[in-house]
Design a binder for this molecule. Structure first.
Ligand SMILES: Cc1ncc(COP(=O)(O)O)c(C=O)c1O
Length: 295
């Protein structure tokens, strides 16, 4: 991966309906989204020129905005078309896409009823979230100090920028200790998710994953549940207490960026990436291939 800062790259970014040169896709420092976290975003991947579950991501983006009390002035179909245009203009077939919507600069108080809603879409190459050699061995995950907030405290199911504040702090702490990521509990002390991915466990041939009612119900999570079910593997979506962690045999995380990544350690507990994890990694790789090519 290139170490070039993200504001100093070349290419094209879709910005409020137009393709603009990458380095010119700027916003003013007095933007509501920057000061008050009134921003929502998506993370998507294109494989072989086709964006996996593009419309589902566009709809989630619009939904996240509605949860934050703003309306993105583009339909899901228009957002889908804009994403395709970004790939085309940048000559990319395998890429990570980042649509982001935010409140602009018309009002700078907490209330921002009349602020213009902006939407930008960028794409770049992002081969694997974690180091590929490390991936097969399984990544090591720390336990985070922060918990996912109570849905009565924050709009916890939106993919809202503000919710990532605790994720960045948690991931930084984990990385400083040599871990790849951090596992967060929810506000009631139950296992929730990682800082940018959902979590699954395997025990005696059954997959266990927390109920996604106070964190993002990932599109990859939903896909993996469907793939496992197709294989006839039982998936138990249930409350998982941290005390249960030593009893699981396999662990993996899922997300657009992480795809299906095996986990070898969570805090003091160890797991051996095994048959079910491997099968789902392979099934996911097959599932994301462009439909025309996969057929
Ligand atoms: C906090 C968090 N949870 C879960 C996920 C997984 O979501 P998805 O599979 O839709 O990418 C992500 C990634 O976007 C995330 O940031």
């Amino acid at each position: 991966m290139s170490a070039t800062p993200f504001d100093q790259r070349d290419g094209w970014i879709w910005y409020d309906g137009q393709l603009v040169p990458w380095r010119e896709a700027k916003l003013h420092v007095l933007s509501h989204g920057l000061h008050y976290g009134s921003s929502v975003f998506e993370g998507e991947r294109a494989y072989g020129g086709e964006i996996f579950k593009s419309t589902q991501h566009s709809e989630r983006l619009r939904k996240s905005a509605q949860i934050l009390d703003f309306e993105i002035p583009y339909t899901a179909a228009e957002i889908d078309a804009a994403k395709r245009l970004v790939l085309e203009k940048n000559g990319m077939t395998d890429a990570y896409l980042r649509p982001v919507a935010w409140r602009g600069s018309e009002m700078m108080g907490v209330a921002a009823q009349t602020n213009r809603i902006h939407l930008a879409i960028a794409a770049w190459e992002w081969p694997s979230y974690f180091d590929p050699a490390q991936k097969m061995k399984g990544i090591r995950i720390d336990m985070a100090e922060y918990r996912r907030p109570d849905p009565a405290t924050a709009p916890s199911t939106a993919k809202a920028a503000g919710l990532y504040m605790i994720c960045t702090i948690s991931k930084h702490k984990a990385e400083r200790k040599g871990y790849a990521d951090a596992l967060m509990l929810d506000w009631q002390g139950r296992v929730a998710e990682c800082t940018g991915a959902n979590v699954f466990f395997v025990k005696d041939g059954v997959i266990h994953t927390p109920i996604a009612d106070c964190f993002l119900d990932g599109i990859t999570r939903q896909t993996v549940i469907e793939l496992a079910t197709r294989r006839g593997i039982e998936v138990a979506e249930r409350r998982i207490m941290p005390e249960e962690l030593p009893g699981f045999q396999e662990c993996f995380i899922t997300g657009t960026a992480a795809e299906v990544t095996p986990v070898s350690e969570v805090g003091p507990y160890t797991y051996t990436p095994g048959g079910i994890t491997k099968m789902l990694m392979d099934d996911y790789t097959a599932e994301v291939q462009p439909k025309a090519k996969a057929a």
